[in-house]
Structure formats: C-alpha cells, structure tokens
Design a protein around this ligand. Structure first.
Ligand code: MN3
Length: 199
C-alpha cells in the first residue's frame, strides 16, 4: 500500500470563520500532502510495506532507522483523523452517554475543556493535545511533533493540531484562542462517539 491524500470531508470554506478556507488550503492541500509524498518516499525498503497505516505508525515508533517514516506516517494518521474530528456547526458540550462519561471522568465538561486547552497551550513547540480512552477512563494528554496516543496504547478520541501551521493564519500567535474556538465551534462529537464505541 501507499499513502494517499484523502479529500476533506467538507468544503474548504465549510469551517469558516472558525477555521478559514486559506488555512485548510495550506494545511490540507500542502502540509498534509507533504506528509503523504514524503512518507511514500520512505516506505520503500522499510519492511512495513503492505501494513495498514496504524501498524506502520506503531511499528516504526522509537526505531531510529525508521524515524523519518514514523514522523510522516504518524502525521498522515493524525491529519486524516483531525479532518474527521471537525465539522461545520460543531463544538460545545456533548450530550448523551459521551457527555455523561466526560462529567463522570473529569468532574464536569468545564473541567475537561480547561484541561484540554491547558494541554494544548503547554505543548512546547509543535505537537498535539488529545482526549483519549486509557484503561476504560477518559484522559487528556499531549504529544510532541507527530507522536500520537496509538504508540502509547491509548485510543485517540479527539485531537487538536497545535503546530503553528494549524492556527497562524487565523489566530496568529493566539494558540489559546484557537484551542477554545476548536472546542466551542469545530469538534465533531459524533466522530468522537464512534471512536469511543470502537475503543
Ligand atoms: Mn498539521
């Protein structure tokens, strides 16, 4: 198999004004595409040809000879998920079983929201913040660069890209505002529910 760039699950202008058409044109069409192109160059001879993407990510992690492949494969997985984890008119406090589990595991949705924003703010440099399922409980984590919860044996439910390319066009240096906007206006909670059900 080789990596291919999936289309966005919505139009490039569908998340505006919270995430602009220009951001998605650069982020999806150029940045994500670069991970696909570079990952395909590094795939050959890796010994992981024919493996599903999640296995490529898991099996290349922590192996110095495969570091380049890991970075690109993990970022490919992360971005495919990131596009699906957002939707027009998304965000806000989820209801139903997911809302109850968030209240139960964090004390309240407000506590979760604060922890998620704090994790994204304090990820020094590039990386991601996550809502994960670990040992049957929800938790907030952060990872550097392309690293993701899969390599830590956790189920990623929601991830927010805090590389500058994800927010600098729309929010300049205001990463906390970007994180708040992501939670309040963009999260596709139906996708999170599906990931939780499969977790
Ligand atoms: Mn990105």
């Amino acid at each position: 198999m080789s990596f291919t760039l999936p289309d966005l699950p919505y139009a490039h202008d569908a998340l505006a004004p919270h995430m602009s058409q220009e951001t998605l044109e650069f982020h999806h069409d150029k940045h994500h595409n670069a991970y696909v192109v570079n990952g395909n160059k590094l795939f050959e001879g890796s010994g992981l040809e024919g493996q599903p993407l999640e296995e490529v990510v898991r099996q290349s992690y922590g192996k110095p000879a495969l570091a380049g492949l890991f970075n690109n494969a993990a970022q490919h997985w992360n971005h495919i998920a990131f596009w699906q984890m957002m939707a027009p008119n998304g965000g806000g406090e989820p209801s139903g079983d997911l809302g109850q589990k968030i209240s139960s595991d964090f004390g309240s949705y407000g506590n979760f929201r604060e922890a998620f924003i704090q994790a994204g703010m304090t990820q020094f440099g590039s990386g991601w913040c996550w809502l994960v399922l670990a040992g049957g409980k929800l938790a907030v984590t952060k990872t550097p660069n392309g690293e993701n919860p899969l390599v830590h044996g956790q189920t990623p439910l929601l991830g927010c890209d805090v590389w500058e390319h994800s927010y600098y066009i729309d929010f300049r240096n205001r990463r906390p505002d970007y994180l708040a906007s992501f939670l309040d206006h963009l999260v596709n909670w139906e996708d999170v529910v599906q990931r939780l059900a499969q977790g």
